[in-house]
Design a protein around this ligand. Structure first.
Ligand code: MEV
Length: 301
């Protein structure tokens, strides 16, 4: 969606995401495949007298830190609206950063490139996550399914939209991305073969985005690899096993692990979510955002 300026209000949007295949390995230069969700964060910046501040959510260090990183100290009120749960691996903080950098660019009447906005959103995210790969910000800005790789330069390739909705099963446990990324770093080089395998799975996932069975198998193996590098836990394993027992073609933790969510592929996503809720599991259907935005088209060249 295009950032807009209405009167004196500047607006920007950032999409939530799920990582389909490749979390953690992406931090070490392997590719990851992510898809944007039709949920996200909208930011509106309006001039006001007095110190720059959010209209609500005061005391939230992430929101305040992101605003401080981007806007002048005085003169603006920031309104935020989110349809994403926070701290669940669905990219809420990257979506916040993307919404803010786009609103800020609109405020200044600037038509910034994807690379510029990505660098700015990434800088905001570093306040929260230490050494993020930048994958989440690319999805948050582009609003599509994409392949991301952080090499010497950034490789971002929009892919055809995922052909189906995902079931998201929530452990309802918060996760801490920075801590999980640090824990994996501390287990290297022992976990390197698993990281390489995850990278290879991301390569194969690219041609399986319209194939529920093939992608399901990749999800299952990706989950096993994530367990081997130490980022799964009993609640995540239990939800993934529950989904498979309910007929999912595959299921895996998504995001940094240690809490957060499992994503599952089902021929009947609504039915699976209903069953999950009946059994007291927090669940939702997550629809992928509907394809490449103009930004994605530009990056695709
Ligand atoms: C977090 O959504 C994904 C990780 O790979 C970290 C990152 O890419 O920055 C765990």
């Amino acid at each position: 969606m295009k950032p807009t300026v209405e009167g004196e209000v500047a607006e920007g949007y950032g999409h939530g995401k799920v990582i389909l295949v490749g979390e953690h390995a992406v931090v070490y230069g392997y590719p990851a495949i992510s898809t944007a969700l039709d949920r996200g964060v909208r930011a509106r910046i309006r001039p006001r007298r007095g110190p720059t501040a959010p209209s609500s959510g005061r005391g939230n260090y992430r929101v305040e830190g992101a605003i401080r990183a981007l806007l002048p100290e005085y003169g603006f009120q920031v309104e935020l609206e989110s349809t994403l749960p926070v701290g669940r691996g669905l990219g809420a903080s990257a979506a916040l950063a993307a919404a803010l950098v786009r609103a800020d660019a609109a405020r200044r009447g600037e038509s910034a490139s994807f690379e510029t906005l990505h660098e700015r959103a990434f800088a905001v995210e570093r306040c929260f996550h230490g050494t993020p790969s930048g994958a989440d910000h690319a999805v948050a800005l582009l609003g599509c399914t994409l392949r991301f790789r952080r090499g010497e330069s950034l490789e971002v390739r929009p892919l055809p939209p995922l052909g189906f909705a995902l079931v998201v099963l929530d452990t309802e446990m918060p996760k801490d991305t920075e801590q999980m990324v640090r824990a994996v770093a501390a287990r290297r080089p022992a976990v390197d073969p698993w990281l390489a395998r995850i990278g290879a799975l991301a390569e194969s996932a690219e041609s399986a985005l319209d194939d529920l069975d093939a992608l399901g198998e990749i999800f299952d193996e990706n989950h096993r690899c994530l367990a081997e590098i130490g980022v799964s836990n009993e609640p995540l394993d239990r939800l993934a096993a529950w989904a498979r027992a309910e007929g999912a073609t595959g299921a895996k933790l998504s995001g940094s692990g240690g809490g957060g969510v499992v994503i599952a592929l089902s021929r009947d996503p609504e039915g699976m979510v209903e069953n999950a809720r009946r059994q007291g599991i927090a669940a939702m259907v997550a629809a992928p955002a509907d394809g490449a935005t103009e930004w994605a088209a530009r990056v695709a060249g």
